[in-house]
Write a protein that binds this ligand. Structure first.
Ligand code: SF4
Length: 320
């Protein structure tokens, strides 16, 4: 008698049994919007050997912001800058760093120090009392389907928030949700208005607001620290490394419904073990764009494992 074995049944790339939970994250869902195959590589824990410098930068800045908000880092500008510098260094030591395309490590450090220094006064000007800082939330979206997320900040307004035309957007006591972002390009209007990440946050806070003792969310947005593109340490443009005014947005019930429906599509793909390239790869593909290839382009397009961590020892035939 011959026994047949489906190799996919034993891999994270294979189907997930009906009685097993599926956990998604907003970033995984975001990746799925670009390419389900990329989700497959990440699920197999295949990753680049090097750590992107921008990731190290973001982690260090998040840490110093959290420290300030939770009160374990002194809010003086010098202390904030110093603690950023220490964390940025500690996260880099002993790791292979993939340099940012436009900035040296020294420039990133100067920008990070400036943003860290400026954060306490920026935050105090917002007039928002923190309720949740780096809070874990888990949304149940199906019988065995969940979205896990860490929300940077949920707070309650201590002062009204007005829009660009002086219209009242949120009053004292209203709940707002924020995500800290740093980039040299601002998050576009459409991303702020419709991006799924803030939509899942909105839904999670809506469901948890009674237990948190706060009102349902009134506004959400990105607090953006601008990273100017400079190449010299003495460039005056470094002074542009500041926190930008928040572009506030709301979410409607239809936004929530659509975001959950899409998450269920992603969960269904994972359940079925389907990680195909998307039809839109044929035109203007993210595999090879003007801004740089997809992180997995080496293995996916060129078939080379060089430069990748392959923790479970998968071979190319199994992965692709
Ligand atoms: S190279 Fe293209 S098809 Fe392959 S994972 Fe990346 S985006 Fe998807």
């Amino acid at each position: 008698m011959t026994a047949f074995m489906n190799l996919h049944d034993f891999l994270p790339l294979g189907p997930v049994p009906e009685d097993e939970d599926i956990s998604l994250s907003p970033s995984m869902i975001n990746t799925a919007q670009v390419c389900m195959r990329l989700v497959g590589y990440k699920r197999a824990k295949l990753s680049s050997v090097s750590v992107p410098q921008n990731l190290v930068f973001g982690s260090a800045l998040h840490w110093v912001i959290e420290g300030y908000l939770k009160g374990f880092i002194n809010p003086s500008p010098e202390e904030m800058a110093e603690r950023f510098g220490q964390k940025f260094e500690a996260l880099r030591v002993g790791r292979l760093i993939a340099m940012a395309k436009t900035k040296t490590t020294e420039i990133q450090e100067v920008i990070g120090r400036k943003l860290a220094m400026g954060f306490p006064s920026y935050f105090e000007n917002l007039g928002i009392r923190p309720v949740v800082i780096e809070g874990n939330f888990k949304l149940k979206i199906g019988p065995r389907e969940y979205i896990n997320m860490v929300i940077d900040f949920v707070g309650v307004c201590e002062r009204p928030i007005y829009g660009p035309d002086e219209e009242l957007l949120a009053d004292v006591g209203d709940t707002v949700i924020l995500d800290w972002k740093t980039a040299s390009m601002s998050a576009g209007d459409l991303f702020v208005q419709y991006g799924y990440q803030l939509t899942y946050y909105w839904l999670a806070v809506t469901l948890a607001c009674d237990r948190l003792g706060i009102k349902p969310p009134k506004l959400c947005g990105y607090a953006e620290g601008f990273k100017p593109n400079v190449s010299k340490l003495n460039s005056t443009s470094l002074n542009n490394a500041v926190w930008k005014p928040i572009h506030w947005a709301k979410r409607r019930q239809s936004d929530l419904d659509e975001a959950v429906a899409y998450a269920l599509v992603v969960a269904k793909r994972l359940r079925a073990g389907e990680f195909h390239r998307a039809p839109h790869m044929g035109y203007n593909s993210p595999c090879d764009t003007a801004t740089g290839k997809c992180d997995m382009a080496g293995i996916c397009l060129d078939g080379s494992l060089a430069g990748y961590k392959n923790p479970k020892g998968f071979n190319l035939a199994v992965l692709v």
